[in-house]
Design a binder for this molecule. Structure first.
Ligand code: X2X
Length: 335
């Protein structure tokens, strides 16, 4: 019997009364956990809450997913372990950090690969995304079809404005925990420090790190402008989140419930992309009004510095010719 049919029968008057009374009408058959690292007011959290609410309604309460946003269940690194063990069932994680488990998953973060959002979504909803999802699948996790937007990343600093690669020399920059991030900022001459997002605000406040890099929307929502002075519009990579699922938890759901979960989560991902696109229209003005100083950068100089350091060749070798060819078929030649 399908889950929804079973639910309908349980809720219906066709059963003798005692059968209904012996069982709580709306007890969830599947109580699951979803987690993220995003602040409560980030569109990611808002749209994920809406998704789990719609899933509960569409399954007549059978699938009850509780959302734990804002690192409530730990840092990204902790939550990835919990996802793998089944302590968490769904978790959104940057592809670059997924790469600590599935190396192919950082490929969208290659420096200056994407020129705009049209190119991003065509690739990530298309061949490049399919390649990464297939690799994730081999490691006991599933990834929903549509990625969630984080954004094009910009460098902030509390000490001096970053205009050229030379300004990055020895710069203590916080990067997320991921080999690609460390490699890229080392190639640019900086001194990257890997820190999970949960600790970023305090790391900047205490000057453990002079700077960090994140999309403007996150700099705004996480109030990083309070502890940073300058922002340099490098757009050095595009970063997004995969909605990962524990394969055992997801497979335990009946087929019709799986379809509802996937449908609603993907619908929310598309809405979250639109939310971020809308915010991108006003976020710079807002950050300026809050005192963040915007810095003009010599963007090609950063890309040339990566080329000279052998960054592209090194990562092409790591991903392999096949994956690199898929990337270049979407974004053009990188080397
Ligand atoms: O950790 C970060 O900087 C963040 C929030 O952008 C990611 O999740 C990669």
């Amino acid at each position: 019997m399908s889950l929804l049919y079973r639910r309908a029968v349980l809720a219906g008057a066709a059963l003798p009364l005692f059968a209904i009374n012996t069982r709580p009408a709306r007890a969830a058959e599947f109580s699951l956990k979803m987690a993220n690292n995003a602040p409560l007011t980030h569109p990611q959290t808002i749209r994920q809450q809406e998704a789990v609410d719609r899933i509960r309604a569409a399954t007549n309460g059978a699938v009850d997913i509780q959302l734990f946003p804002n690192n409530q269940l730990g840092s990204d690194t902790d939550m990835l372990s919990q996802l793998r063990s089944g302590a968490i069932d769904f978790f959104t994680l940057s592809g670059l950090i997924v790469a600590t488990l599935v190396p192919a998953a950082s490929i969208n973060g290659i420096g200056f690969a994407f020129k705009d959002y049209d190119t991003v979504w065509k690739a990530m909803d298309g061949k490049l995304g399919a390649h990464v999802r297939a690799e994730i699948d081999k490691r006991g996790l599933i990834a929903m079809d549509n990625m969630w937007d984080n954004g094009f990343r910009q460098i902030t600093s509390s000490t001096h404005p970053i205009r050229t690669p030379e300004d990055l020399k020895g710069f203590k920059i916080r990067v997320p925990v991921s080999p690609l991030w460390t490699s890229m900022f080392s190639a640019l001459g900086a001194s990257p420090i890997s820190i999970n997002f949960a600790e970023v605000y305090s790391a900047l406040q205490t000057k453990i790190a002079e700077g960090q890099e994140n999309p403007l929307t996150l700099i705004q929502i996480a109030k990083l402008y309070e502890v940073q002075k300058y922002v340099s519009m490098t757009s050095h990579m595009w970063d997004g989140f995969w909605m990962l699922g524990n394969k055992r938890s997801f497979s335990a759901l009946p087929g019709d419930a799986r379809a509802i979960v996937a449908r609603e989560i993907n619908a929310s991902a598309l809405q979250e992309r639109a939310d971020i696109a809308k915010m991108n229209g006003s976020v710079a003005d807002d950050l300026k009004s809050k005192g963040l100083e915007f810095v003009e950068v010599d963007k090609p100089a950063f890309r040339d510095a990566l080329k000279t350091a052998g960054f592209y060749g090194e990562w092409k070798k790591k991903y392999g010719d096949e994956a690199w060819a898929i990337l270049e078929s979407e974004v053009g030649s990188l080397t």
